[in-house]
Write a protein that binds this ligand. Structure first.
Ligand SMILES: [Zn+2]
Length: 404
């Protein structure tokens, strides 16, 4: 494990298991079942994958994403199959250990049946405005969500993760043999309008929840994938959404602001008694994407003593809004600098969106995190700041949110 161990505000590994593209044993071993670990497994995997344009593996074999393509939503990039010996995508245990990926919030996400809202190609040619997909029925969402929790439990049984329900458990797991995994819901469609289902999921380990993905539901209205655009693009939370925020406060479930539009963000800020947290969002001042946070929003997060995890999705990083991973890490450092300027050194971390986004080629997958750490150090971040940005800030905010 490298010197710098990252905790991550968001990844989409679970969706790959729900879709059956890989299983928990594959993640634990870093290779597909039945394949002998080859030279490409573990630290060598990055080398093996370098030549195929990793991070954009749509042309690879065995991609489970089918027609669903699109940036942070796309849950497609890097899914190019076992090139170089590993399981494709961005995360498995050997690559996590090689890259200092200590774990993070593992999202349970319900894709729209027609891939609605997922259009990576549109985001390659700014300006763009991807329409919000249609709502999905609760029964469908609950079935997929239960399958997501089943998959997370299989990951634990296979020795790939330890499911954490407290910051103390995360702290104990970080840097150890398994990834620390916190169960997160990206879009709360599995929960009914009277909040039925919330306690069931909490009992299974749910500790973080985004009321909406970029899709309307009974709780609110997500922010569209639109560039350039303000995040102020629709109505705020419904009454059910406001009740959900209060219930999550009472249960100790973190509320994630990342996919809310600006009015929804303001509603959470007005209601919630917890620090305001955007698990995977970037600075609008650097990249004016509707999905990013304005300076006003960042100041509100700072006032609440919350934090932001910086998203690696290329379209939310690049000032030109293009979903194209061919750019340098200096662009990411601009987001870090801007966030630190407004939020302070204690309120910024990472929220990679691994396995859900087209990430910068210099990072590629979770084994590439040392390249980011090196760029941050070369930029002048000292060791105390590196520890905060890598994991200490996440532990601080989770401790406070979960009242430990
Ligand atoms: Zn997301």
């Amino acid at each position: 494990m490298p010197e710098t161990v990252f905790f991550d505000g968001h990844n989409d590994l679970i969706l790959r298991l729900v879709r059956g593209a890989i299983d928990a044993e594959d993640v634990a071993r870093g290779v597909r079942r039945g394949r002998a670990p080859g030279a490409g497994a573990g630290a060598g995997a990055r080398n093996g994958a370098d030549g195929d344009g990793r991070g954009d593996g749509r042309s690879g074999s065995g991609c489970e994403q089918g027609g669903e393509q699109g940036g942070e939503t796309g849950r497609e990039p890097g899914c190019g199959g076992p090139i170089g010996g590993h399981i494709g995508g961005h995360i498995d245990l050997p690559r996590a250990r090689a890259g200092g990926f200590g774990g993070g919030l593992f999202a349970v996400f319900v894709p729209s049946p027609d891939g609605g809202g997922l259009n990576d190609d549109a985001m390659r040619a700014p300006p763009y405005d991807v329409p919000l997909p249609a709502p999905i029925p609760r029964e469908t969402a609950l079935e997929v969500t239960r399958a997501g929790f089943d998959a997370l439990e299989r990951l634990e049984a296979a020795g790939a993760v330890v499911i954490c329900r407290s910051a103390a458990q995360i702290a104990a797991a970080l840097g150890g043999p398994r990834m620390a995994a916190v169960a997160h819901l990206e879009g709360a469609e599995a929960i009914g309008p009277d909040l039925e289902g919330l306690e069931e999921l909490h009992a299974r380990g749910l500790r973080s929840l985004g009321p909406v993905w970029s899709r309307p539901n009974v709780f609110g209205h997500g922010v569209p994938f639109r560039f350039p655009a303000s995040p102020d693009v629709g109505p705020g939370l419904t009454d059910a959404g406001k009740a959900l925020v209060r219930a999550c406060n009472a249960l100790g479930v973190m509320i994630d602001l990342s996919h809310l539009n600006e009015k929804g963000f303001d509603d959470v800020a007005a209601i919630s008694d917890a620090p305001l947290v955007a698990t995977h969002s970037n600075a609008w001042a650097v990249c004016p994407h509707a999905r990013n946070l304005t300076d006003r929003q960042l100041r509100m997060i700072a006032e609440s003593d919350g934090m932001v995890g910086i998203n690696f999705a290329s379209a939310f990083l690049r000032p030109d809004g293009r979903m194209d991973g061919d750019f340098g890490l200096d662009v990411m450092l601009r987001h870090f600098d801007h966030m630190i300027k407004i939020l302070g050194e204690d309120r910024v971390g990472i929220g990679s969106d691994f396995d859900g986004a087209l990430v910068p080629k210099p990072i590629g997958d979770c084994a590439g995190l040392p390249a980011l750490a090196a760029a941050m150090r070369a930029h002048g971040y000292d060791e105390a700041l590196m520890r905060k940005l890598a994991h200490e800030n996440w532990l601080r905010v989770l401790r406070k949110t979960w009242d430990e």
